[in-house]
Write a protein that binds this ligand. Sequence first.
Ligand SMILES: Cc1cc2nc3c(=O)[nH]c(=O)nc-3n(C[C@H](O)[C@H](O)[C@H](O)COP(=O)(O)OP(=O)(O)OC[C@H]3O[C@@H](n4cnc5c(N)ncnc54)[C@H](O)[C@@H]3O)c2cc1C
Length: 564
Amino acid sequence: MSPYSSTLLMSFALLGSSAASTISPQAQRVCADIHSAAPSRLAYAPSSSKASLNSPYLAELYTNTTATYWDAANDADVPACAFFPSCSEDVSAAIIALGKEPGVPFALKSGGHNWNRGFSSTDGGVLISFRPNLQSTTLAPDGLTAKIGPGARWVEVMQELDKSNKCAVGGRSGNVGVGGYVVQGGISYLTSQHVGHRLASRIATAGADILGKGFSCDNVVEYELVTANGTIVDVNNHTHPDIFSALCGGGNAFGVVTTYTFQTHDIGDVWGGGRTYGPEQLDKLNAAIAEFISGNQDPSAAIILDYLFVALTQTSQITVSYFYNGPTPRSDVFANFLAIPYLGADGITTQRYPELLDTNVTSAIGLRTSNVINSLPNMPSEKMCLFLDWHWNNASNAPFVSSRQTNGLELFSMALQPIPVALQRASAAQGHSALSLDPDHGDKIWILYGAGWTKTAGDGVLPQQLKALADDALTYQKDTYKGVKPTNYVSGDLSVVPYNPLFMNDAQYTQDVLKSYGPATYDKLWFLHKLLDPGDFFTSRQNGFFFKTPPGGMTMPRHDRRAT
Ligand SMILES: Cc1cc2nc3c(=O)[nH]c(=O)nc-3n(C[C@H](O)[C@H](O)[C@H](O)COP(=O)(O)OP(=O)(O)OC[C@H]3O[C@@H](n4cnc5c(N)ncnc54)[C@H](O)[C@@H]3O)c2cc1C
């Protein structure tokens, strides 16, 4: 289900039994190798012959770390050992140890919020968890940047920075981790506002009409990276511009980030929170969001609209999460939305930024989940309303949505995320993101489809059915509105540009995210990966969004460690 709905605080019993996986002798050797270098930071699996070496603290840490995933199915994975590095040298030692034993898988766990099975969990391999030893946030003495550990959760980052009235461009839910979120792009409430470091100086000199901060990764000024051979490198736009660019949306194919240095921004009180609406308000809300995407001139404002179907009550509702970077929004900014009657209590209030992040969905809710992303054009309001109306009706009547008995489907949702040209302009002007957005292509809307279920029977069917639903909507939109220009469109092939790129943070493992960045970026990333990691260490030993074909289109063997 969509993680963005504030109605999802309801809790479900954590499901998924702990399978006693077999630990291979190779995995045991890697664990022992890492243990010899850092005995106080490695915990063996309870089923391991070496488990008696675990201190009570490490044994508990292993249990907690492997039981705290957003997607409940990941909790069933049993790593041969869990390693809790405290510095980049630790990570380097682990990568070198893994490099000596070709068959041993591994996973990197930051916040553990990626819903794709096995992306940050491993069954029988080595789990490298950045919590609790690499999760600090340190503001530089001049307050302009902050060093953030990959294991930090965004609410922790903001709590630390807020002490100095600062913030970073980070997640909209406080519990999401920094590590995976950033290398996969990162949409923030602040995404359409302010400017990153390079852009700021350009505006100062050129007076450019640039409004936004861009994606989270657009605001990173330096990464500390451990590469496939264990080398530790400081990557910034001057030392290694290609790697710097690849780490901004290219995912985990290029190395392990051990420190993110972020540009910080000033922040005071913010206004925001959620309101819930009945289905009878659908048309008005659809019109309001279409107009907000194309017409909003205030980059301090952000919004997410979430349609939600709750199987238990067989009811649907719409949640809108509002954000304004300031104590009160300009009266015109959300006027269309705020005039619409809502249900129950008003969740909107003026508060500190970390408080807002803390009240958004923050912890796992114990469901097995899948999510899929579509990139679609934001069309003129009338057409957009017709399309969204068709879309929700069609989706909520899909057969799988009523499969509570068979699959335990509890929640189905569609989250509408505005990607206006202001955001795209900000990201493009930073000039290094692998997402390669071009504001001339017009306004977009990224729709995140989510399903959450309780029964293992759902694992084999629901991810595919969710994907089929998203594909149907894409086809319908392309056929029905062929040639319709997105709002604020200037140029670009209308059969291609509105539908790309796909957003990695919201994608299902089946989706070819890197391909969606366009052939030039794809080829560049592919060659860079081959240069940095000629043995395909990162793309064959862990899961992630990798290269499915080499430049030129030859089919490559697909690496999937998990079936669903
Ligand atoms: C409740 C919720 C709210 C969300 N809100 C947002 C949002 O507002 N904006 C948004 O953009 N996305 C959002 N997402 C999506 C989220 O960003 C992705 O799921 C992301 O992968 C989670 O980051 P993580 O660090 O917690 O992931 P993890 O599950 O720990 O890791 C995800 C992936 O990142 C890789 N990775 C982790 N650490 C590192 C590292 N140090 N170096 C290299 N690779 C690494 C792992 O190999 C893995 O493949 C949300 C998800 C949930 C469940």
